[in-house]
Each structure stands twice: as C-alpha cells, then as structure tokens.
Design a protein around this ligand. Structure first.
Ligand SMILES: [Zn+2]
Length: 135
C-alpha cells in the first residue's frame, strides 16, 4: 500500500485544518498557514499564532471539473477565494451549495468536512471548507 499523506505533516497541519489557526508575523503581517520558526517574507522570528474568524466574504469562485490526483472522486467541486475581515485571503473549497447559489461578496462560514481519503483503507483527511452563511 502506498500512502500519499505523511502522518507527521498531517498532524502539523491540524491546528489550521480544524481550527483555522495561523501564524502571523508581528513585523510584516504575513500570515503563515503552518507553524514556522521564521517569517518567509522578512525573516523575523516574531510569529504569533492567531485564529482566523469563522466567517469571511466570497471574492471569487470556479467549478473544478478536472480534479488533481487524490481529488478525482470529488469532481466537480467548487473552489473559491475568501477574505477575512483583517484582509487575509484564502483559497478554499466551497460546500453545501450549488454554484448558482453563490454570489460574489456574500458571507460564507467555515465548516469541517471530509477532504479526501488515502485509498479505501487509508487515512481520512478532514478539514474546513466554507459554505454560504446560515443565519
Ligand atoms: Zn515577516
């Protein structure tokens, strides 16, 4: 059996995947998705973890019909760019809706969903996706 996902990297990604925890540089403001010792942009070591809000604004989206390896069973699916209130932007999958229901500028909220599975008996990867906000 060949595993596409490495368990250690999966565990390092858990704070981001499940709780939207990011690492913001206190000197230049760059946001790092995964724990880092130094900032990739300015080389500062002053990184502070912070949690992104659970809601964001939809900036753009598209429907993926030719999925990359590992995501074939999900196609077609919707990928979009969302922006949080602090200006942080994120490329993410949109779920629980049809493309016709999406409007640029609408509010979306984070939900945890299955992302993919490493073969029929492999690791199941969960993480956040965004859906139209339910009020
Ligand atoms: Zn920096």
């Amino acid at each position: 059996m060949v595993f596409r996902f490495r368990i250690p990297s999966h565990w390092r990604a858990k704070p981001f995947r499940y709780r939207l925890i990011v690492y913001r540089c206190e000197d230049c403001g760059m946001v790092h998705q995964y724990p880092a010792i130094i900032c990739r942009k300015c080389r500062s070591t002053r990184l502070r973890h912070t949690q992104l809000p659970q809601t964001a604004k939809l900036l753009s989206f598209t429907v993926v019909r030719q999925a990359p390896v590992g995501f074939e069973e999900l196609a077609p699916y919707i990928v979009g760019v969302v922006e949080f209130e602090d200006g942080t932007r994120l490329v993410t999958q949109l779920t629980d809706c049809e493309p016709e229901e999406l409007k640029i500028g609408m509010e979306v909220e984070a939900v945890v969903r299955k992302i993919t599975q490493d073969g029929p008996s492999g690791l199941i990867i969960y993480g956040f996706k965004f859906r139209p906000r339910i009020v």
